[in-house]
Design a protein around this ligand. Structure first.
Ligand SMILES: [Zn+2]
Length: 405
């Protein structure tokens, strides 16, 4: 990394001659690895080897959040999927839902869940399918698929080793006419409509198998007063199944859970359960403010569900964090990045903030000032970037994704 001369905050980004589509250049991996290695300096710890198209963070809670259909990257170096009957459209806002939920947990508990995000658009990779349909034969997409699922496997193993049990939540969006969350645990609408005893007998086919074995009843987990759907509905977000809406009626569209829920839940073994949550767009995924509200509710529901069903009570006092982590807060606003820097973090004589891309190239360098300021991002390419703040002996970094405009 060669820091460039410092420009004013409104300076245009510095362009380089390298081909921006060279995603697989060794340099990309080297840069991500170098940043990941500075995890104690404000980055979440990585899960598994770094991959340019997969964001995988190690957490400090027995919760794994996955986002397979919310990626924004669509480099030309990957072919568009063209398989018959393949779904190519993204679940809008679901990557942001995952990130905001992780942030909400961190604000409430001082710890973040495990996070595994497919950064590629669905027309390049569908991480919620087996590899043939997922990647449609593109070797780069296959490599991203493998990295995504290896990261989830590592997260599951880590959660089992540290907490003994845990919960994976796979986040999606649906366009069905009934505006309610659809919680999928691999059981059909007809299965869910059975009597309590009938439903309890199906626990071995569900992605909540391990939890149901411990608690002795699937029906209570699905439509009892402390069921996940009930907890959402109690917070003003209708959900099926729940005490309020126990099963989808005849002819009503309903997603039962896909490849991630099948592969990474507890149906086939292990003690990490899985639930696929599908959210409607209007009022929940359609604006940044609505996504943030949905994320706050999601974190609140999951915290209550863990406490009441798993007996895992999260310490609500923020854990002490390394000072560097509190140096930097990022908020994206249209075409700009709002940065807040703690004055105490500016020990260096000439502190600077740099924006670098996944190839490690410095795109922009600005002098740093305490408090809030905005960095103009007009003219930057879409994709994963990092804001790096060097202030004396300490380096803080945060990743952010620029959406196509
Ligand atoms: Zn989806």
């Amino acid at each position: 990394m060669n820091p460039r001369p410092i420009h004013g905050a409104s300076a245009r980004p510095v362009r380089t001659a390298a081909d921006p589509r060279a995603w697989y250049a060794r340099a990309a991996l080297a840069v991500l690895w170098a940043l990941a290695a500075s995890a104690g300096d404000g980055l979440a710890q990585p899960l598994g080897p770094p991959h340019p198209f997969v964001l995988a963070e190690k957490g400090g809670l027995p919760i794994i959040l996955t986002s397979p259909h919310g990626g924004h990257l669509a480099p030309d170096s990957l072919a568009d999927r063209s398989c018959d009957a393949c779904i190519l459209g993204n679940d809008g806002g679901t990557q942001e839902w995952a990130r905001e939920t992780a942030d909400a947990f961190e604000r409430a508990t001082g710890r973040r869940p495990y996070l595994v995000i497919n950064l590629l658009a669905r027309r390049k990779l569908d991480a919620n399918r087996e590899i043939v349909e997922a990647a449609d034969g593109d070797p780069h997409a296959e490599s991203a698929w493998a990295a995504f699922h290896a990261a989830v496997e590592e997260a599951r193993a880590d959660v089992e080793a540290r907490y003994g049990r845990g919960l994976l939540i796979d986040l999606h969006g649906h366009g069905h006419p009934i505006r309610r969350l659809e919680l999928g645990i691999l059981l059909s609408a007809i299965d869910l409509s059975r009597t309590p005893d009938g439903l309890n007998s199906l626990y071995g086919r569900s992605s909540l198998r391990a939890l149901a074995e411990r608690t002795g009843g699937l029906a209570a987990l699905v439509r009892g007063p402390d069921a996940m759907g009930t907890l959402f509905a109690d917070r003003g977000i209708p959900a099926v199944p729940s005490a309020q809406d126990p099963f989808p009626g005849p002819g009503e569209a309903y997603f039962t859970g896909g490849y991630i829920t099948q592969r990474h839940g507890s149906r086939d073994g292990g003690t990490v359960d899985a639930v696929q949550i599908e959210a409607p767009g209007p009022g929940l995924r359609d604006t940044p403010a609505n996504i943030r509200s949905l994320a706050l509710a999601t974190a609140s529901v999951l915290e209550a569900f863990l406490a009441r069903q798993y007996g895992l009570v999260l310490d609500s006092r923020p854990a002490p964090r390394p000072a560097a982590e509190t140096c930097l807060e990022l908020e994206s606003v249209p075409a700009a990045l709002r940065v807040r820097v703690e004055p105490s973090c500016l020990a260096a004589r000439e502190p600077a903030a740099r924006i670098i891309d996944v190839l490690g190239r410095t795109l922009l360098a600005v002098p740093l000032q305490p408090g809030s300021f905005e960095i103009d991002l007009d003219g930057f390419a879409a994709g994963l970037h990092f804001l790096v703040i060097d202030s004396g002996a300490r380096r803080s970094a945060r990743s952010f994704v620029l959406l196509p405009r």
